[in-house]
Design a protein around this ligand. Sequence first.
Ligand SMILES: [Zn+2]
Ligand SMILES: [Zn+2]
Length: 201
Amino acid sequence: MMSPPDFTSPTIFKTFNSIPSTLDNNAPSESYYLLAEIKENLSLTRPTLICSDLSSTSFALTWSDLNASPHASDVDFKGSGLKKGNCILLPNAKRTDSSDDVKQGKVVISGGRDEWEAQSGLRVIPGKLEKVVEVGQDWEFVVVEGEKKCGNCGKEGEELARCTGCRGVGYCSKECQVKGWTEGGHKSVCKIIKSFREIWP
Ligand SMILES: [Zn+2]
Ligand SMILES: [Zn+2]
């Protein structure tokens, strides 16, 4: 199993202000991600999500070929998981600076909705930014170690039953699974672990 990239690295997980602008000619040689939490859906004339990055800087995420009007309600952000409280992960994103000081900077995804995944590589991680970072930083401990140890009591064994949600954590007994879900807080990270396994298989 692959591990996610190093969540403590600011050159891999960049902020809105540290990604290159569309006017920059020197693109970074290494690939990187823009990771941010969706705070608000401000779609009026154009689908627009207000996001907050790792430094709590907010920016707008919008699409070049996608107009909400006149069918704003047809834009199924929720169905794609693009909703408040979830995170977006956008590889090699570029910033479009605004000449107008009042306006917020933005990231424009080219193409319409059907092309999101194919063209931009935009992924949704179902969870808050704080939890997503926590999972990324604890991956070795929780998931890699979790291959061998019960996710609740730490008992080692070959016969660990995998969590059916994420398949990333194992438990020695039903009791441990229940405790791990509630008291252990697995409930808040299970979907995040699942999406990490899909993004970095
Ligand atoms: Zn156990
Ligand atoms: Zn799980």
